[in-house]
Each structure stands twice: as C-alpha cells, then as structure tokens.
Design a protein around this ligand. Structure first.
Ligand code: ARG
Ligand code: ZN
Length: 882
C-alpha cells in the first residue's frame, strides 16, 4: 500500500512559505492496535490565527475515515471534504476540538512510512516512522514542523500479542482491560512537531540503565529489541551514556524527560530516527557484538547513537520551520556527531573518514544533475532531500562557521541559538544570526553557501620573491554552473595554511597588516573571485600546505609538484594533512599512469610510502590510510569521459606498484607480526592494527597472491571476530582464490539466522569488481534469502553493487543499467523511498564514455516514460535525466 499520485504534483517552494493559519495546542491520540487493522482516534485542540482567515485544512494520506466530529457533534457530510490528501472542515473556530477516527492497515504497509509492521505478522511488532511527512499516514493533522503540539497518547492492545506498549514522552499510567487487553498512556510535556511522534508495540525485551543528568534529573535509559538480539545492545547503551555526558560537557545540554527509549528494528528505510523520547534505530546502527560486527560497524553504532541523541536539542527542542531548513538540524547534528567521535577516538582519523565520505558521496552529487543547495529552493518529494549535500556538506558549513568563531565563540553562539529558539521552529537565518550576534560579528556572507549548489574550485598559485623575501599566494575561486543555477557567486572560503621550508619545518608566518603574535599556521579568507595574500620575511622558497584540516568544502587545485607533496607527506605533523598530501600525490601518479610518459609523481609516491612503511614509526591506522589511494569514484570525478573499467585497472596497477616497491617479503613479515597479536579488544590501538593488517594483506595479495591467499584462508577460519573474518573473505573473493567458495559457504551457514551478518555476505560478493559482477548479483538476487521488502538487504546487494562497484555496475554493454531499472520498477511498487535512493546511482551518467552513456540514456529514458512510478522515483529519474 503506498500513495500513487499519478499526476505530477507542483513542487513545494521555499519562497512560498506561509505561517500556518491553524495550530494545534494539544492532541490526544488513542490507538486500538492490531496487526491487520488499527484504529486511531485523534482529538485536536485547535487555535486559529485571527490574521489568517483561512479554512481548516489537514493533511491525511491513505486514511480510511470512520467518523468525524467538531466540538462534540458529528459533522454532517456537507461540512467536510477529503480529497487529494487534504481534509477540509467547515465551521471550525479558534478553540474548537476536532475529533477524527481512522483505520490503518499496518500489515500491508510496505513503504515503511507511517504505522507499519516489522517482521512477520505472527512474531513481528508495530512501529512508526513519521519524518518527514509520515504522520499524515496515521491521522489528519497539519503535518508541518512549524505546528508544535503537546501530545497525550493512549495505546490499547491485546496483552499477549503486544506486551510492550511505548510512545514518546513520560509514562502516565497503564493497566489491564477486559478480553485480555491492556493499555498504557504517555504524556509529552514538550510541544513537538508531528514528525517526532512515535509509537512501538509488540513483544520486545529491554536492557536498562539509570542515568542522572548534570542538572540532576534521574532518567531511565532503555534499549529495546526482539529477544534474539537483546544481548547485542550493550555497546549501544555505553555509547548512549557517553553521548549524554559529552553533550552536557561540550554544549551544556541536558536530557529533559524521565525516560529515554531506544528501539531496534530490522525494517527501516534510513539509519535511525530521533523521535522525542523514543528513538528508533535500524538494527544495523544499534546492534554490535564482536562475532557479527566489524570495527567500522562499532564506530557507526557509536556515531548514530550520538547523532540521534544530539537531535534532542539540535532538532527537537529547536526544530525546523519548514523542510527547506532540514540542514539546520541535520548539518548541525552531523557536525556535533563528528566532533563527539573525534573526541572519543582519533581526531585526524575521523577527519580523514569524513572527508573521504564527502568526496565519495557529496562531490559527485554536487557535480551532477542531482546537484542542489544545502538549502534547496524547491522539491517535489522531501524524502529525496535527505542527501549527502544536506547532511555532509551541511556539516562542513557548520564546521566553517565554528572555525571562524573559535571554540569559545562557537559555544557562546550555540548557547544563544538554543536559548533564543528553544521551543521554536527556526531557520538558517536564526542560526547564523545567533552565532554572529553572540560574537559581535556578521556571518551573513556565509548564508550564500546554503543557497548555492556545486563544489567551488579553488585555485592556488604561489610566487616567491627571493630578493624581497616575500611569498605571494594568489587564490582564485570558480564554481561550475549547476542545473537551474547558471550564475555562481564568490563565497567566503576560509583557507587554513602553513608554509614549510625545504627541511620540512613549518615557518613563522608574517602577513600584511597582521599584528597578532606570530604563528606557524593561519587562516586567510578568500572573499572575492580572486585575492592575493602576501607573507613577509620568508627566508627561502616555501612549500605551502593549504586547506589544512580541510578548512572548506572545495576542490583545491594547486601547482604543487611531486617533490613538494612528498615533502608534506613525510613531514607534516598533522595526520590529516599528511594523508591529504598522499592522496594528491597518488592522484598525480594516477594521471601519469593514465597518460603514459613521465613517472615523477609515481616514483615520489612509491619512495615516500615505502620509506614510511620501512621506518614503521607511524600510527598504524594512519599508515593504513596513507597506503590507500583515493577510490575509483573520486578519480572518476576528474575525468571528462569516464571509463570505470579503465579507472579500476589503473588503480589496481598503481597499488601493485606500491606492493612491489614495499616488497612481498616486507609485507609478509609485517602481516605475520600483526597477525600474531590477533585479539578481540575494541580499543583504538587494536582496531588500528587490525586495519593495517587488512591493508597489508590486500597489498600482499597484489604482489604475491600465492603467499597471501593461504594466509587469508587461515585468517578466515581462525578469526576471533568479524573484522578479521570479513576482511579475509573479501581478500579471497577479490583475488578469486581457490579457497573462496568454501569460505563463502561456511559463512553462509554460520550466519544463516543473523540478518546483519548475512547482509555482509551479500555485500562482499556484490562488491567484487569486474564484468562478471552482474552475473553474480543476478544469481544472488534469486537467492532464497534475498527480498526487496527489506531495505537493508536491498542496500547490501543492490546498493553495494550500483554504488560501490563501479567497474561491475557500469558494464560496457549496459546490462548493469538494465538490471537496475528492472529492480527499481519492482522495488518502487513496494517502497518508493528506497527505490528513489537506489536510482541516484544513475547520477553522473552524462560524463560516461559514449558507449556507456548511450546505454544509460536509453534505460533512463525508458524509466522516465513509464506510467505509475511513485512521486519519489519519478522526481529522481526526471532530475537525473537533465
Ligand atoms: N532524522 C533522521 C536522522 O537522524 C533521518 C530520517 C529520515 N527519514 C526519511 N524518511 N527521509 O538523520
Ligand atoms: Zn539526523
């Protein structure tokens, strides 16, 4: 069951925002819960804005209206109309109470929006997902975030089938009813927008912890899951407690209810959801145990737990006026989550991870037909705008602002933002206004970043004057046109920089007109198309290290040569910048390989890395990152005519050179040392060594597969935990080792009843590069364990194939595109949100080499011409085609 508006609905526009004419002060919701049919009674206490004499109009989708009454009297049919997902009611006035009763069908709700069933009808449980516009699938309501109401929710259900009844807010009574039924009531004292509403009902187990907030509130923390996985929730509980403490210490933010519930489900469209007092998580981001979770997954659980918890202030207490402001809560909360993870683990490793993700996911989005500003100007389906741009680029913008203000200034600004907007639905202007005002500075120039799509290109040219001892750095910016935005404007771009001398020492910086005490690092802000910054008393020609810490989300084009990059790679004291130098050097080496000819960069890269490897005095996780060149998706972004198979081959060649330069013996020795200490412990040092071990095994496999494959097979069978097991399986699969089939079969059997572990079995196979990947994926798609109904399974097979396997998906004959289109049509009939997200894999097709481009065009045109696609998928297909 899902909404299928056949006509193209007019897009919603930011500049058409109007304050609501009607508000809801309080709402009482009664649920008579059952799997096949649930009845919802809603009593809305309405307030009318006297200045806006508009009729009462409420949102409602796919609702079976059973009864309707206004101020206690049943409404005659001529007093209301329910058409086109809007209920219009005559006769309501300020202070009126509207009561509606509707029937829902949770068991057939495959879109997983509104009230739906997780798991089977016999054993599963009921839950809700309302962001962005799911509440209108539950009852009639002004379903917009600037309408904030106080909720009282009463749940009634069969006691055996639904022993646990949960809703957001504080518990306010429970009891037994006749006929084996029971009830529970929850009252949320904090007014909230409808997208933060949630209920959960079914057979669930819980773990519990007492927590006292810094301001003295006793809170019960509860994590709920189905019985078979409850023993995998402890890590999330620890992470939750760490998150709560961190937000108290870092932002002075305390939790504000007596209970905090977290629920895990295997059926969820997104990562997780910050419903007030009742967070709901995709099990993938909540469950963790060494036998089925990798180190990366542990870190994701910690980050997502923190992210949803932090929303309680950045999103719930201060929410968004409208969905165009989505990044107000998401960009800010991703930034807060990133800072938390940096504090918990290694700051430079976290930065490397975040910038890699930005380049892999957001830069391509910003460079193709799906490009949109962090604050879009219009949308047809808001669920299509939960994007890397709104989230990850949004977080980079907050980071820039935080950088401008400094740690204390940013905290001052955040305090003012929270104080001033608490309980309100805010805009990005409110955010920048508060940050600026608290610091007596005007941040409005940064608003332009929120309205302009596309990644700025930053060009840097340095000129050293040996006679005058000056160094002039000229910065120039240019943002390529994006669809619908042909004209771009100069943005304020903060460039953090340092200058290195030939021995790899940072120089003291003396800048024009600068009186602050001399430092080795400074920030210059490019505010126009082009500006020159002059440094004095520069004794020798410097090597500039620019955009340190990735101080702005731009693409840097600098006239570094290989020797200069190698110097930074060897000497930069900052882990992130070292890694950045290695990435740029690897990219120069890639270009040399691609074009044939000179190999200065390649030699410099190989020399620098083999020396670092031999010296072995560098942090293992950083070394693993240095030994990893940029991914195929990143390199595709630099090409005018993309041939994914060729990029894959070149990247393999580059890595083989590296493996051979380091030497099979040295790799083998290093592997044996690291393998000898295989352990399960999760501390940063153990994780780092596992990561390096994996990288070394991969390289060894390129230099000497005969040595590496038996090592991988042994690692697979003796692995103490999932990181080592999956790592070994991946190496066996990608090198087509003779041992691979047995390992695959073993894994399949061992994890047959563990959905999240089985997802990785699908994923590992979907990601094996090359032309044969499609055959493998098609076979797996017919596997008894594969289903289009489960979003995690879809992501693990189809998502992994189309997004993380460019040489496989972009098969030269276009068969990958035809396969995807076929899957999309089937998926769209079940779950439009997931289908639309998968369809973004077509992004960038215009830059493919001519053969693939034509194949993709035919498939995309075919999809666009189909009748009956959901609004979600239709919008993506239409946009990607531009
Ligand atoms: N607000 C959630 C988060 O923490 C994401 C929910 C997105 N839901 C959706 N249907 N688009 O990021
Ligand atoms: Zn979020």
């Amino acid at each position: 069951m899902n909404a299928r508006p056949e006509q193209l609905t007019a897009p919603t526009r930011l500049d058409a925002y109007r304050a609501p004419a009607w508000r809801v002060e309080t709402v009482e919701l009664d649920f008579e819960l059952a799997i096949d049919s649930t009845e919802v009674t809603a009593r809305l206490h309405l307030r009318r804005d006297p200045a806006l004499p508009l009729p009462l109009r409420l949102d409602g989708e796919n609702l079976e209206l059973l009864s309707i009454a206004l101020d206690g009297a049943t409404l005659p049919p001529d007093m209301f109309r329910y058409t086109d997902n809007v209920l219009e009611v005559d006769g309501a006035r300020d202070g009126s109470v509207l009561e509606t009763r509707v029937r829902l069908r949770p068991a057939t709700n495959t879109a997983l929006e509104g009230l739906y069933l997780s798991g089977s009808a016999e054993a599963g449980f009921l839950l809700t997902q309302c962001e962005a516009e799911g509440f209108r699938h539950i009852t009639f309501f002004p379903d917009r975030p600037d309408v904030q109401a106080r909720y009282t929710v009463t749940l009634r259900a069969d006691r055996d089938r639904f022993p646990v009844l949960l809703a957001g807010g504080n518990p306010d009574g429970a009891g037994v009813l006749d006929d084996g039924r029971h009830w529970a009531r929850f009252v949320d004292p904090h007014p909230k927008p409808s997208y933060l509403f949630a209920v959960v009902a079914g057979r669930l187990q819980s773990i519990e912890r007492d927590y006292v907030t810094a301001d003295g509130r006793a809170v019960t923390l509860k994590i709920w899951s189905e019985a078979d996985v409850i023993d995998r929730c402890d890590y999330a509980m620890d992470a939750l407690e760490r998150s709560m403490r961190w937000d108290e210490q870092t932002y002075g933010r305390n939790y504000d209810l007596d209970v905090f519930h977290v629920v895990a489900t295997h059926d969820f469209n997104m990562g997780a959801m910050e419903n007030k007092g009742l967070n709901i998580f995709n099990a993938k981001y909540l469950l963790a145990d060494p036998d089925s979770s990798t180190d990366d997954e542990y870190r994701h659980v910690e980050s997502v737990i923190a992210h949803e918890y932090f929303h309680n202030w950045s999103g719930n207490r201060v929410t968004c006026r409208d969905w165009f402001q989505l990044s107000l809560k998401e960009g800010l909360t991703v930034f807060r989550e990133q800072s938390f993870a940096a504090d918990m683990n290694s700051a430079s490793l976290k930065r490397i991870e975040d910038v890699s993700l930005l380049r892999r996911a957001q830069f391509p989005e910003d460079a193709g037909p799906l490009a949109h500003p962090v604050r879009p100007a219009q949308y047809s389906e808001i669920n299509n705008f939960y994007t890397a741009t709104v989230y990850e680029k949004g977080a980079e913008l907050v980071r820039m602002l935080a950088g401008c203000l400094g740690r204390e200034g940013f905290r001052r600004g955040m305090d003012l933002y929270f104080a001033r907007n608490d309980g309100h639905a805010a805009t990005l202007e409110d955010f920048l206004g508060a940050l600026g005002e608290a610091n007596h500075t005007d941040l409005t120039p940064y608003l332009a970043w929120y309205g302009q799509a596309g990644t700025p290109r930053l060009q840097a040219r340095g000129k050293y004057d040996a006679a005058a001892h000056t160094y002039a750095l000229t910065l120039h910016q240019h943002t390529p046109a994006t669809s619908g935005q042909p004209q771009k404007h100069a943005l304020p771009i903060p460039v953090k920089l340092a200058l290195f001398d030939g021995a790899g020492q940072m120089m003291i910086l003396h800048m024009d007109g600068q009186t602050a005490k001399p430092q080795t690092e400074c920030v210059v802000v490019l505010e126009a198309d082009e500006q020159t910054f002059v440094f004095h008393d520069v004794p020798t020609a410097p090597v500039p290290s620019l955009l340190r810490g990735f101080s702005a989300p731009v693409i840097l084009d600098c006239d570094y040569d290989a020797t200069e990059l190698a110097l930074l790679l060897r000497h930069d004291p900052d882990g992130f910048n070292r890694w950045e130098a290695s990435q740029q050097l690897a990219t120069l080496a890639y270009v040399e390989l691609r074009d044939g000819g000179a190999s200065h960069a390649l030699e410099a890269w190989l020399d620098a890395l083999s020396a670092l490897f031999a010296h072995n005095d560098i942090e293992p996780a950083l070394l693993a990152n240095l030994l990893t060149p940029p991914g195929e998706v990143e390199w595709a972004e630099r090409e005018a005519s993309v041939d994914p198979a060729r990029i894959h081959a070149l990247r393999q060649q580059l890595q083989r050179h590296l493996a051979e330069r380091i030497g099979a013996d040295a790799l083998h020795q290093c592997y044996l040392v690291l393998a000898a200490e295989a352990s399960l412990s999760l501390d940063a040092a153990s994780q780092a060594r596992r990561r390096l071990k994996q990288r070394v095994l991969e390289l060894l496999c390129l230099a000497d597969a005969d040595t590496a494959q038996p090592l991988a097979a042994t690692q697979y069978s003796s692995a103490p935990g999932m990181t080592d097991r999956l790592g070994a399986l991946t190496v066996l699969l990608r090198s087509a080792a003779a041992q691979a089939p047995a390992a695959l079969a073993h894994y399949r059997q061992r994890y047959d009843d563990n959905a999240l572990a089985l997802d990785k079995w699908f994923m590992a196979q979907a990601q094996v590069p090359g032309e044969t990947a499609l055959d493998r994926v098609s076979t797996l798609q017919r596997d008894a364990s594969f289903t289009l109904k489960n979003p995690n399974r879809v992501q693990s097979l189809l998502g992994a194939f189309v997004r993380a396997n460019p040489s496989g998906f972009h098969r030269a004959d276009g068969a990958g595109y035809r396969f995807l289109a076929g899957q999309l049509v089937q998926l769209d009939a079940l779950n439009p949100q997931v289908a639309a997200r998968l369809a973004t894999a077509f992004n960038g097709w215009q830059r493919l080499e001519p053969g693939r481009r034509e194949a993709a065009r035919t498939v995309i045109d075919g999809l666009a011409d189909r009748d009956g696609l959901s609004r979600n998928l239709r919008e993506i297909v239409a946009n990607v085609r531009k």
